[in-house]
Ligand binder design. Structure first.
Ligand code: ADP
Ligand code: MG
Length: 705
């Protein structure tokens, strides 16, 4: 047995959390800082100086030599630049360890090499990072030692957000303000803050590192660009929730310990549907912290894998033919005194406040379905959405039997008078305990599902930051709340006004509710009849960012300016084009330098064997060898033709105007040509001698971890 590990003892060990602050800060400073964290009060430099000093002492005790402002540029990953704590050497040749309030609250990384989508020309390189004290600082340990990481927002010289955190914080303020207006309408005078809570379930694949290193496609693009299906895929469903293999279990144990030390509440782990696929879910936290923690989780997943000679693949579709990976974004709104606005209670039909919130969310999601879809767009996710595994690319809402019934009553009679009851589970076995059923079954095919007391947005890609989907959710719901509050605050008879408004919103936005099978073709047709957008690819969804309705909303709530939205749209087009360009070039490289030479060699071996057999035994039947040689040579010729074509279109793509035009060309032309190259290569893999194939197969990669 390994040494006993007490989770409660180590949880948050590397975090400058509330307990540490209380212990180490003078009472007055602590109180001032809490005011800033909880109420958004201004932070004074004198307070920052004391906090910085305490933070530095604590971090040095943890072994830290450096600090960094840790931020989230538009690349979707995190960025850091380390500075050591040493001051300039004194006359005695010694240094002191220093860290000032100014260094804590403001940093100035050179912003010119981060994507800004035209917000800032490269010669105007100034960018600032500003301390986000609502997400706790932490110490990260790696081969370089230990680093104090300070979560920060990243803005340009002119104050425009160059990152994912700034708009998230703005959107949290927006939904807080508007949700409080709704609560006040219902006579709530005690709650002072409403915060979105987020729990993001993270899917991932693990593959053996030695095999990974033989797959250039995985190295360069995170996914396989070639690969024939193994004889067994996921059809037996024997991996989902299956016993976790030793090597993977030991990885999960190691990962959990690292996460817990960083205060990340890793809770659930299991095998997922595809072979070699797994999931980790944390306990939900405030949106801002949950987003930071998900970034750290992804980073640690990759890092810890290395220690086990594994590689963690976070790509949405590392392998064709088996399920890809997503990230379920669970979202709810909670007050500082513990009321979950999405809790329907036992009798939702009587819970007017809940019905108002629910219909407001229907309105928000229906009005801005395109924006939600956009927030889940990335090049990898295009392989999942709508491909009969993940939710379809069409946004709809699943309410389940109980709420669906309440909404139907509201629409048809204007009054909801009953709620379907949850029954008891009949197992037919006397010794099993009575289990109360939920009032609503699950629906795995819905992109936006009500699951008890939260909504689960299931479209998000596994490699993406969850910042963008939550920015959209917070803002669209803030807008719906604002419209409602504007109307109800003026109402003379609140009860009848709220009743009418709920009915009106339920009727007007009923089309977004769909409880059926989201994977069926019928639904695609039905959704079209209902007028719901079906934005099949990331590129199709990008224009949603800059529609008049989007600009108007984001500007009204101070979440994005028009310029910030335009910059994000530009960054998205560019990210798409770059990703596909790298994939196409990797295919060209692998096909030209590895596959074609290997197949040529295989044809020579076949020809030699035909000649040898003929020489040894002129009457022997050599039809198999001959047929194989013909087939292989024909596919080899197809491969070469497709390769040349791909080379041509990649060159053509480079000539296109950057932005939308180029991205559309990559989507419509380059991707199709990539498929044309993959087809003969995958067929070749099935007939060429395994020993001669230049890389590990799907079977090797996903069944032998
Ligand atoms: P499910 O089985 O419906 O997926 P789980 O209880 O397993 O639900 O939770 C999935 C994720 O949702 C977890 O990260 C969990 O912490 C989170 N979650 C649970 N309740 C809430 C809530 N009220 N708001 C936000 N996230 C939540
Ligand atoms: Mg779930």
């Amino acid at each position: 047995m390994s040494e006993a590990f007490n989770v409660a003892d180590v949880f948050g060990e590397y975090v400058f959390n509330d307990t540490v602050m209380k212990e180490r800060l003078p009472k007055k400073v602590y109180q001032e800082l809490r005011k800033t964290i909880d109420e958004g009060a201004e932070l004074h430099i004198e307070v920052a100086d004391v906090v910085a000093n305490a933070m530095k002492d604590w971090a040095i005790e943890m072994g830290a030599t450096h600090y960094t402002h840790w931020f989230q540029p538009l690349t979707g990953v995190t960025a850091e630049k380390h500075d050591s704590f040493i001051s300039s050497p004194k006359s005695n040749g010694k240094v002191l360890m220093e860290f000032s309030g100014k260094e804590l609250i403001k940093g100035e990384p050179d912003a010119s090499s981060f994507p800004s989508g035209g917000l800032r020309a490269t010669f105007e390189a100034r960018g600032y990072t500003a301390w986000d004290c609502t997400s706790p600082a932490f110490v990260k340990h790696d081969a370089a030692g230990a680093i104090l990481c300070i979560p920060t927002a990243f803005c340009s010289y002119t104050g425009e957000a160059l990152d994912k955190k700034t708009p998230l914080l703005r959107s949290m303020e927006a939904v807080n303000t508007q949700a409080l207006r709704i609560l006040r309408l219902f006579g709530n005078t005690t709650s002072t803050k409403v915060t979105p809570s987020v729990g993001s379930e993270q899917e991932y694949f693990l593959v053996d590192r030695d095999k990974y290193l033989k797959r250039k496609d995985l190295i360069f693009t995170g996914r396989t660009l070639f690969g024939a299906m193994p004889p067994k895929g996921q059809e037996l469903d024997d991996h989902y929730f299956g016993t976790i293999r030793e090597r993977v279990a030991s990885y999960m144990k190691d990962l959990n310990e690292e996460l817990w030390k960083l205060g990340i509440p890793a809770k659930t782990q299991h095998n997922e549907v595809a072979p070699a696929q797994h999931e980790l879910a944390p306990i939900y936290e405030e949106a801002n912290i949950a987003v930071d923690h998900n970034q750290l989780t992804m980073e640690l997943m990759k890092k810890v894998a290395g220690r086990h000679n594994l590689v963690c693949l976070l790509h949405e579709k590392p392998f064709a033919g088996v399920n890809g990976s997503g990230k379920h974004n669970n979202w709810s709104l909670t007050t500082d005194d513990g009321i979950n606005l999405l809790d329907p209670g036992k009798t939702p039909h009587e819970n007017v406040q809940f019905l108002l919130v629910l219909t407001a969310i229907m309105k928000a999601v229906d009005t801005h379905a395109d924006l939600l879809r956009e927030a889940a767009g990335n090049p990898g996710n295009d392989h999942r959405l709508g491909a009969n595994e993940a939710p379809p690319a069409i946004i709809s809402m699943f309410l389940g039997d109980q709420l669906g019934d309440v909404i139907n009553q509201l629409i048809s009679t204007g009054n909801a008078t009953s709620s379907l009851k949850a029954g008891k589970l009949q197992t037919g076995v006397a010794t099993l305990p009575d289990i109360k059923k939920d009032a609503t079954d699950r629906n795995r095919t819905s992109p936006f599902a009500f699951t008890g007391n939260k909504f689960e947005f299931r479209m998000v890609g596994s490699s993406d930051s969850v910042a963008s989907p939550n920015v959209v959710l917070n803002t669209i719901v803030a807008e719906a709340f604002c419209d409602i509050a504007d109307e109800l605050e003026k109402a003379e008879d609140f009860d009848s006004a709220v009743h009418d408004l709920i009915k009106k919103m339920a009727s007007e936005h009923q089309r977004i509710v769909f409880n059926g099978d989201g994977y069926s073709d019928n639904w695609v047709e039905e959704a079209e009849r209902r007028g719901l957008p079906n934005l099949k690819t990331m590129v199709d969804a990008i224009p949603a960012l800059t529609t008049d309705k989007a600009v108007k909303m984001f500007e009204k709530f101070g979440v994005f300016t028009k310029a910030e939205l335009e910059s994000r749209s530009e960054v998205q087009y560019e990210a798409y084009s770059k990703a596909i360009n790298i994939e196409a070039k990797a295919m060209i490289d692998i096909a030209g330098k590895h596959i074609i030479p290997a197949v040529i060699k295989a044809t020579i071996d076949l020809a030699n064997s035909i000649n040898s057999v003929k020489a040894a035994c002129p009457d022997a039947d050599i039809s198999v060898q001959t047929e194989l040689l013909q087939e292989t040579s024909a596919l080899l010729a197809d491969t070469k033709v497709a390769l040349s074509k791909l080379q041509d279109v990649v060159e053509e793509a480079a000539e296109k105007a950057e932005g939308r035009e180029q991205a559309v060309f990559f989507k419509d032309v380059v991707k199709k040509t990539m498929d044309e190259l993959r087809a003969p290569v995958d067929k070749l893999e099935m007939i060429v001698d395994k020993e001669a194939w230049p890389m590990p197969s799907y079977g090797d990669l996903i069944f032998e971890v």
